[in-house]
Design a protein around this ligand. Sequence first.
Ligand code: PEP
Ligand code: MG
Length: 755
Amino acid sequence: MSSEVLRDIVEKVNAAPDLGTALKIVVTDVKAVMTVDVCSVYLRDFERDEFVLMATDGLRKEAVGKVRMRSSQGLVGLVAERSEPVNLEEATGHPRYLFLAETGEERFHGFLGVPVLRHRRVIGVLVVRQRAMREFVEEEVDLLLTLAWRLADAIGHVETLSEVIALREEPSGGNRPLFGLGGAPGVATGKVLVVYPPADLDSVPERAPNHVGQEIAQFEQVVQTVRDEVAALGRDVGGRLGAEERALFDAYAAMVSSDSLVQGTIDRIRSGQWAPSALRDTVREHVAAFEAISDPYLRERASDVRDLGRLLLTHLQAGEKGQREYPRRTVLVGEEITAVQLAQVPPDRCVGVISAHGSGFSHVAILCRAMGIPAVMGVEDLPVGQLEGSEVVVDGYAGRVYVSPSRAILADFQELAREEAALSAELARDRHLPAETTDACQVSVFINAGLQAETVNLADSGAQGVGLYRTEFPFLVRDRFPGEEEQVRLYRQVLEVCHPATVTLRTLDVGGDKVLPYLPISEANPFLGWRGVRVTLDHPDIFMIQLRAMLRANAGLGNLQIMFPMISGVSELDQCLNLLARARRELIEEYGEVEPYQVGVMIEVPSAVYAIDRLAQRVDFISIGTNDLTQYLLAVDRNNERVAELYDHLHPSVLRAIEAIVDGAHRYGRTVSVCGEMAEDPVAVLMLIGLGVDKLSVSGASVARIKHVIRKANRRDAVELLEDMYGQDDAVTIRFLLSGAIEELGLGGLVRAGR
Ligand code: PEP
Ligand code: MG
């Protein structure tokens, strides 16, 4: 069997709009290419500890979704038990052979079953069977194993399987949650509003048109506009093209006028779809028709139809902007929600966020925390396209989502949300009390800012200053680098508002998941690539403007701290310090004087941990970026939901690294702050107090909670607890034990729903 065959199936599975279709593609194609009599997929329902027949080609179709067998039964159970392929030339004689009459089964002799594994758990079994005796060859076993890998990916989060089955049996959904990752704490109930990336037909959600006549008129208008555009383009470039290329252009123009594309879409609008999804389905139909043609030239036209579909959609979306109505309690749902989409919702309407991708450490989750909006990330099986307008419950602590919840669940969560609001109000009242442990240790609490164009409201927050001001935002939302004067204005505004409290401005940290639209960086490993000071050091022009702007903004104030991100060693820091000294010299020449300021370094790359002594000698303060330090120390991408279970800042090695940083910094009398998300994780705060961290910098929404934890904690107890934690092997155990400690302190309401 050729690798093209395999690639072909995998591509089709990748393009499948939903799990059901993906499973059907696998069983049909595998049966055909392996010339077997049956191919079936069984998925595991963990709640009932059973395997369920979810797709088959060869057995009775009616059995799908109905045939269930205990996980320990039959040859399917044997594959699961062994977690490896079972290949039997003559299966009927095997002691585990199970005859199921309801599948319309005859006696099949040849059997090959492979496990579908996810996170080391068998979540399904892929089986092929042959009437005659047949031992499958190695190449066939490999093919099936590869497809099982692919399937595991398509199936998504294991726990959602029972939900997939439940949704089939009782379409209302209800009491079973979809599982994701806690993105931002809190619970909320509200109505779904789906957001999707521009010009992407596949992610268009289902929605009914507000007014059929208007929807059709608007679509026809868009068709006319695109028709004119294509005609104009044809005229512009026509003279420069040969006859063959011109013919292509003419075909394109003909297609946009084609009745079937336009009329097909209008018919679908009439039957109750809004224009974007009517267009999507019509385009898909045409694409499938072209792809089925064996003539390679005509088959290629499928991509023209797709292109045209995208163009029409772009125009439809342009018309849609500004018309969106946000429900009073909007829960924003999307495949991958961006900070810009979040910023577009009126703040008083957004109560929750659910994203099919991303993790709790993605920048959008950080933004949700900053805004106090509960969020669940990485809900892989989220049927995004079908959720528009649904009632949902978001549990940002447990990372769960309930779609169309039963009345009982809804009432429970509404009660929890009320308790939560009462607790927050209580904590907020105490937010100005000192951040001091019961044995009188001071741990300063500062805020993180800059992730959006917010105005910093320090006086009201209860925080003592700004511990991390991310300067990327103005760079990300403009179509060019902001100039020196513009930056001076921006920074000065923050420094003035907070004066005399200190403000730590971090120099530009783009790259990774923050790409400037006007400086596209395409890399295989962006988090290991051109990021943070690596970018700014390579562009002293941009860097100098920013450093000068920071120093100028501090004129007459003196509350500025400058901090460098992503430092991996001493020479990088020295280069930054040299540029800063140059900026200072220039300004002294130009303005006569420069107000005093402090300089710090972020420790977020493991190599910097081992250089802490040398780094500490060169700066005034140290700030630990635990989001990146965890990512790089554990080699786990902070944005990748697939490995999110491995990402935990409570990993014993992260705790040891922080210990080394604090010791090194304190040896030289430097203060240490933590400005990553760890600083606002209540259980982690107990560890940070034990580790002797001087300062925590958290989102504005978390100041009151974190000060409350500090006031309830005792430094000596925290040191003892830390010693206990060092004896543990992994983050899961540490988190479990610390959650117990948090409950004992009466702080359980800070790590789970309710009080
Ligand atoms: C960090 O890495 O912990 C940090 C504070 O920086 P950012 O999240 O912006 O990368
Ligand atoms: Mg960082």
